[in-house]
Design a protein around this ligand. Structure first.
Ligand SMILES: [Zn+2]
Length: 295
C-alpha cells in the first residue's frame, strides 16, 4: 500500500509538472481524494455482501458531470484511430484550434498481425506527440474488459495493458509512460476490480468521458435505427457541453468523425452558457479540477 501511494504521489507530481507550463503560478498540487481511494482498493477484504463503492481508481467517470464542476472547460479525447488520412485530418484540425487532445490508441490498429508497424504508424504517432497531444491506452485488442477471460483475470488485463504500452514504445522508439487508460466501450464498472488493480499497479488512471458525441452513429450499419447526420451530432454535443458546463468529450478517428471535426470544434469554440464561454482545456486540467484540494 505504501509503495502504491508513493507511486501515485509521484504520478500526481507529474501532472503538476506537466501542466505547470500552462499555469506557472499554480501552487503545488495536492489531491485530497487519493488516499481514501487507495484504502478502498481491496475488494477481497470487503465484507461479503457489502456494496462496492461507485469509484475505485482515480480518474474521470461518466457520471462526473453531475458530481464535479468542470468550470466550462472541455477536454477533447479521440478513440479508435488508425494510422491513416483521417487521423492526419484530425491532427490538422486540432492544430488549427490549438487544442491538445488525448488520443486513446489501440495497439493492434497500428501493427500488423506479425507485429510489423502499419504504414504511417510511426510517422503519425511521432507527429501526435510532437504536436503536444498525449497518447493514452485503449487496450491492444479493444475487447471489453468485462468479458470472460478478463473479468476475473488481473494477469490477462495487465498483460494486455503492458502489450499496448510496449507497442507504442516500439513505434515511437523510446519509452512513453502511459498515464491514462480508456477501457473499450467504457466498460469498467463492477465487478471489474481486476481492471482497477491492474491500473493502480501501473500508476495509470481511468479516463472515461462525460460528453458523448455519438459520432459513431453516423456510420452506416445495417439495422442502425438512428443514423445521425453531422448536424445532429454537432447539435447534441454542443447542447450537452453547455448544459454540463464542460467535461471530457468523446470523439473517434473514423472517417465520419474526421469529416465533421472542424465544424464540431468550430461550434464548441463559440458556444456559451449562462456562466460564459466554453473553453478548450486538457484532460490533465480536468483531473486537476476534480482532484485538486481547494484552499
Ligand atoms: Zn473504442
Amino acid at each position: 500500500m505504501k509503495a502504491g501511494k508513493a507511486r501515485l504521489s509521484a504520478l500526481l507530481a507529474l501532472f503538476a509538472a506537466a501542466s505547470s507550463a500552462a499555469a506557472p503560478s499554480a501552487a503545488p498540487a495536492t489531491y485530497a481524494a487519493e488516499p481514501e481511494r487507495l484504502e478502498i482498493l481491496k475488494p477481497w477484504e470487503r465484507p461479503p455482501g457489502a456494496k462496492p463503492p461507485p469509484e475505485i481508481v482515480a480518474g474521470i467517470y461518466e457520471r462526473d458531470y453531475k458530481r464535479h464542476d468542470f468550470a466550462n472547460e472541455l477536454a477533447i479525447t479521440i478513440d479508435d484511430c488508425s494510422p491513416n488520412k483521417y487521423m492526419e485530418m484530425e491532427l490538422d484540425v486540432l492544430k488549427k484550434y490549438k487544442i491538445k487532445a488525448v488520443f486513446f490508441i489501440i495497439g493492434s490498429y497500428f501493427v500488423t498481425s506479425s507485429g510489423k508497424p502499419m504504414p504511417r504508424a510511426k510517422e503519425l504517432l511521432a507527429r501526435l506527440v510532437g504536436e503536444g497531444h498525449e497518447i493514452g491506452s485503449h487496450s491492444y485488442w479493444h475487447r471489453r474488459m468485462d468479458e470472460d477471460g478478463y473479468r476475473d483475470n488481473r494477469a490477462a488485463i495487465g498483460a494486455e495493458l503492458d502489450r499496448n504500452e510496449a507497442v507504442i514504445d516500439k513505434l515511437l522508439g523510446y519509452h512513453y509512460p502511459i498515464r491514462y487508460f480508456r477501457p473499450p466501450n467504457g466498460a469498467h464498472s463492477t465487478p471489474l476490480y481486476m481492471l482497477d488493480r491492474a491500473l493502480l499497479e501501473r500508476g495509470q488512471y481511468l479516463a472515461n468521458w462525460t460528453i458523448t458525441s455519438f459520432d459513431w452513429n453516423m456510420r452506416y450499419k445495417p439495422g442502425n435505427p438512428e443514423r445521425l447526420t453531422a448536424d445532429k451530432v454537432i447539435a447534441r454535443t454542443v447542447k450537452q457541453a453547455r448544459e454540463d458546463s464542460g467535461g471530457v468529450v468523446l470523439l473517434h478517428g473514423f472517417e465520419t468523425s474526421a469529416e465533421i471535426l472542424d465544424q464540431l470544434l468550430g461550434a464548441l469554440s463559440v458556444a456559451s452558457n449562462k456562466r460564459g464561454a466554453l473553453v478548450f482545456s486538457t484532460l490533465d486540467e480536468l483531473m486537476r479540477l476534480k482532484y485538486e484540494e481547494r484552499p
